[in-house]
Write a protein that binds this ligand. Structure first.
Ligand SMILES: C[S@@+](CC[C@H](N)C(=O)[O-])C[C@H]1O[C@@H](n2cnc3c(N)ncnc32)[C@H](O)[C@@H]1O
Length: 181
C-alpha cells in the first residue's frame, strides 16, 4: 500500500509519466460533437487509485512489479527491500527532475537509487550500519554502471506450466498411506 500525503494543495503530480496503456485504445466517442473520434488519451489511461503489486494484468491498469525475492536481480541481505521500479514510478509521478527525494527509512537505498536513476537528488537515513554500507555500494555501482536492476515496465515472467517447479512434487501423487511409510 502506498500512502501519498502533501503539505498543501500545491503539489507535483506528473500523470503522463505514469499512464498505463489503455485496454481499448481503439475506442471512439459514440455521440456528441466528437462522435467517431478516438475517445482515449493517446498516452494511455490514468493508473487506478489502487496500485496492486500483485500478479494482475498490466492492461487492467495495475502496476505489475514482482517483489524482491531470492532470484530477483536487486536482492541483497535486506529482508524487506523495495523493488527500485516501484519507487521509480513514484519519483516520476511526484517529483520533477532536480528535486530532492528523502527516504528516512532508506534500508539498502532502493529509493535513493530510484531517485538518482531519474535525475533527482537523493538523501536518506537508516539505523542499521550494514544496510548503509550496502546502500553506499549500490549507489557507487549505479554510477559505475555495475548495478543490476530490473528494468522499469518489464513484463513479469509467466510460467508455462511445463517447468519442473510448476509440477506437483512426485511424493504428492502418492497415497497418504505410501507417504506415511
Ligand atoms: C521496510 S525497510 C525499508 C527498505 C528500503 N525501502 C529498501 O528497499 O532497502 C525499513 C528500514 O527502516 C529502518 N529503520 C527503522 N527504524 C528506523 C529509525 N528510527 N531510523 C532510521 N531507520 C530506521 C530499518 O532498519 C529498515 O531497514
Amino acid at each position: 500500500m502506498l500512502l501519498w500525503f502533501t503539505k498543501s494543495d500545491q503539489y507535483v503530480f506528473n500523470l503522463d509519466a505514469v499512464r498505463v496503456p489503455s485496454k481499448y485504445p481503439g475506442k471512439r466517442h459514440y455521440k456528441g460533437p466528437n462522435r467517431g473520434k478516438p475517445s482515449g488519451n493517446p498516452l494511455g489511461k490514468n493508473p487506478s487509485d489502487v496500485w496492486e503489486i500483485l500478479l494482475r494484468e498490466w492492461d487492467e491498469g495495475m502496476w505489475e512489479i514482482p517483489n524482491v525475492k531470492a532470484n530477483h536481480p536487486e536482492k541483497t541481505i535486506h529482508p524487506c527491500q523495495f523493488p527500485i521500479e516501484l519507487v521509480e514510478r513514484c519519483v516520476l509521478a511526484l517529483t520533477n527532475e532536480g528535486d530532492w527525494v528523502f527516504d528516512p527509512y532508506a534500508g539498502v537505498g532502493s529509493s535513493l537509487i530510484a531517485a538518482l536513476k531519474q535525475g533527482r537528488r537523493a538523501m536518506g537515513s537508516e539505523k542499521e550500519a550494514d544496510y548503509i554500507t550496502i546502500a553506499r555500494q549500490r549507489m557507487q555501482d549505479f554510477f559505475s554502471g555495475a548495478l543490476k536492476t530490473r528494468p522499469i515496465g518489464k513484463a513479469v515472467h509467466q510460467p508455462t506450466g511445463r517447468e519442473k517447479v510448476a509440477q506437483p512434487p512426485e511424493e504428492r501423487n502418492n497415497t497418504p498411506e505410501e507417504e506415511s511409510k
